[in-house]
Design a protein around this ligand. Structure first.
Ligand SMILES: [Fe+2]
Length: 394
């Protein structure tokens, strides 16, 4: 059904290609900046990727104000504060984040502290608390999954109070996102698979949730097609730059899709399982995806059936009768899971992921309080959550 009302926006300039980091000096100049703070983590340093970024400045008159390379796996308030201090101390005028979701979110948090001159970031949590533009910010994702380069959200850990702070504002969006195939070419198979399935779930949930709209559908559809076409090939040929670029674009498009619609129960259960049992986000998402699609079939079977075309391709779609397409979509997701398990050791049961059944009540309760659940096409209660957890166990 066509929505009677919807909103859609993506103000991020996306630059995609095989050698597009070379655009960095020009883009900084357009933003009026000449002295960026580079923010990254040890993984990027060890993989040698920072050299590729620094080489992009070689012929320019841009001066790197500072390089911080110790962002931890879970973004934290402390790191955001350290970055803000470094930015001020070294006279920087822009932020460039090079990394996965944690690095990008930490940079967003640091940008709030810097731009709002905030003593305590905790006072600025929530939706639309920020009312004015922040400092110039460029994102260079090095995984193809979170879509954080195009989502107006930052999740930052408050380790003192053992909780996660969520910030939502259009001002958190970078001005520019650079998708350069060189930045994901060395990703190991497990991370490639886990992050790509996260992107697949972003797109599938965006396409099936209550807040879907024609524009988010278009982005979600293409993201699913790119993942369906390239994910398995990339695990066989990790250096294939065309495939890497396709997956980076898929993650970015899936991010735009869910930023303008929503995710759903896969993410509610995934967030809760990650918080209670400390398993990686992509692992949890991979486990829940087919079970939630199966559960949602009671309400949106036709929509799930449509996704067979981008995921499995035209030939399979054409020979599958309309009534069988919803189930065939599930079968295609399960086949993908088996391949990802074989080729990248990505677990697809909670048992294999090391989740203890004793945690199910805590996970179910937490999932019911997760914001992602609000736009799921079928309402979920405590018993439903427990039922899906049981199905996902073995
Ligand atoms: Fe996700």
């Amino acid at each position: 059904m066509f929505p009677s009302y919807y909103e859609f926006g993506n103000p991020v300039k996306i630059i995609s290609g095989h050698k597009v980091l070379e655009n960095l000096p020009y883009e900084l100049t357009l933003l009026g900046a000449r002295r960026p703070l580079l923010i990254t983590d040890q993984g990027i340093i060890k993989a040698g990727l920072i050299k590729t970024v620094l080489a992009a400045f070689a012929e320019s008159d841009i001066i790197i104000g500072a390089l911080y390379d110790r962002v931890p796996p879970d973004s934290s308030l402390q790191t955001a504060n350290i970055l803000a201090h470094l930015y001020q101390e070294t006279g920087c005028d822009a932020l460039i984040a090079i990394g996965g979701g944690s690095v990008l979110d930490t940079a967003k948090g640091a940008n709030i502290v810097i731009s709002e001159a905030a003593d305590d970031l905790r006072e600025l949590t929530g939706a639309d608390v920020l009312t004015r533009p922040l400092r110039p910010f460029i994102a260079i994702p090095t995984t193809a999954g979170t879509g954080s380069e195009v989502t107006p959200v930052a999740v930052i850990a408050d380790t003192e109070h053992n909780r996660k702070m969520i910030f939502t504002s259009v001002h958190l969006l970078p001005q520019v996102a650079i998708l350069d195939s060189r930045m994901t070419q060395t990703l190991p198979p497990f991370i490639t698979a886990a992050t790509a399935v996260d992107a697949l779930a972003h797109a599938m949930e965006a396409y099936t949730c209550l807040q879907k709209n024609p524009l988010s559908d278009a982005y979600a559809w293409t993201a699913i097609r790119l993942i369906g076409d390239h994910l398995i090939d990339i695990l066989q040929h990790p250096q294939d730059k065309e495939g890497r670029l396709a997956l980076a674009n898929a993650a970015c498009m899936a991010g735009i899709a869910f930023a303008n619609s929503m995710v759903g129960m896969v993410h509610a259960l995934g967030h809760a399982t990650g918080a209670v049992c400390h398993i990686p986000h992509g692992v949890a998402i991979n486990i829940f995806l087919p079970h939630v699609l199966d559960y949602n079939r009671q309400q949106v079977a036709g929509t799930i059936g449509e996704l067979l075309l981008p995921l499995a391709g035209a030939d399979i779609y054409a020979i599958t009768p309309r009534a069988e397409r919803p189930r065939a979509t599930l079968t295609a997701v399960r086949r993908l899971q088996v391949q990802l398990h074989t080729r990248a050791q990505l677990p697809y049961t909670l048992q294999d992921a090391g989740v203890n059944r004793a945690h199910f009540p805590d996970i179910a309760k937490m999932a019911l309080n997760d914001g992602s659940i609000t736009m799921n096409p079928v309402e979920m209660d405590y018993e439903d959550a427990l039922d899906i957890l049981e199905r996902a166990y073995i």
